[in-house]
Write a protein that binds this ligand. Sequence first.
Ligand code: PMP
Length: 392
Amino acid sequence: MLDQLEAQAPDALLALIKMHAEDPREDKIDLGVGVYRTNDGATPVFRSIKAAEQRLVDTQDSKSYLGPEGDTGFVDALKPYIFGKDASMGGRLEGMQTPGGTGAVRLAVALAKAAGVKRVHLGVPSWPNHAQILQDVGVVTCTFHHAKADGTADIDALIETIEAAEPTDAVLLHGCCHNPTGVDYTDEQWEQIAEAFAAKGILPILDVAYHGLGRGLEEDVAGVRKVLAKVPEALVAYSCDKNFGLYRDRVGAFYMIAKQPSDLPAITSNANALARANWSMPPDHGGAAVRTVLRDGDLTKQWLDELDEMRARMRRVRARLAAADNEAPGLNLAALGEQNGLFAMLPLTKDQIASLREDHAIYMAGSGRINVAGLHAGNTDKFIAALADVIE
Ligand code: PMP
């Protein structure tokens, strides 16, 4: 039986990590892996999370099972950050904890399918796992162009997609800090998106995986809130793995916004059933740490400061890259200054990407995606010079 399985293509990014690790050159640069890095190239545990974890160790008196909804204190504590001060949405909002943002996206798609969604529209390029999840859950994936060649969002492609959608279609959008392009919709475009969703009445699935890493905690969800203010129902997938630095602890949340409060019990019971069949319940530790941070004023302040520091550093790197356009012809980095989050896509050929790796020890995904946080004061000049060299 098992000998019938055909080998799957290996994860290209994991192969890249291995190649980078084995490269003896001291000035090598890793722009592949999608994690935040400090100016020293480290991905440390947040100080606020360390303190919260210590409190958990000291006070947690049981590790008995929770339900499929996980730590409801964690789910509730995040709400005002995502949905604003009046986070109740008139009793139409319910959430649950998930294993990372990945679990939340999977649950969103599976729940949409259970409710009758047949096709999901996805802007491309996207986080590769979006398409994998859509396929694995068993909905049809339809694609539209996310970004234009000038490094801004292709709003027309999205609006046309929404306007032409069938009633059993859903649209999956990145809330902020688009992966892999860094290209987000502007506030005005989000307004248009909200109107289009409202006019058409199809289901938005909003994936917020980098909240606070773009322009600011409020700014990064302003678009999502515009949509939620206009549409009758929506699903939101949320990750705490970047903005609390919890990656391997797998911390996410899934929120359901119903047409009316009386719809929520049936919706959440379906989500709970799907969660039970998939993972029974989410891992507890990271969510408990986030809850501990958000329920304590001092730890919250510390977390906000840590997030500010990360965001400011990425903005500095982006500004430096954008300014480099004056230094060599053809770099085309100006748009990166306007884009958001960890990622950007450079329009490089396979040969140029290979040359960056072989001749300059610079490692990036084969798609041309770079992790902006892999750059810092000590290596950005080298990166810009190498780029100028390969595109000459
Ligand atoms: N959505 C997007 C757009 C992502 O880029 C990612 C992760 N890189 C996720 C969801 C899932 O995040 P997590 O690690 O919390 O599963």
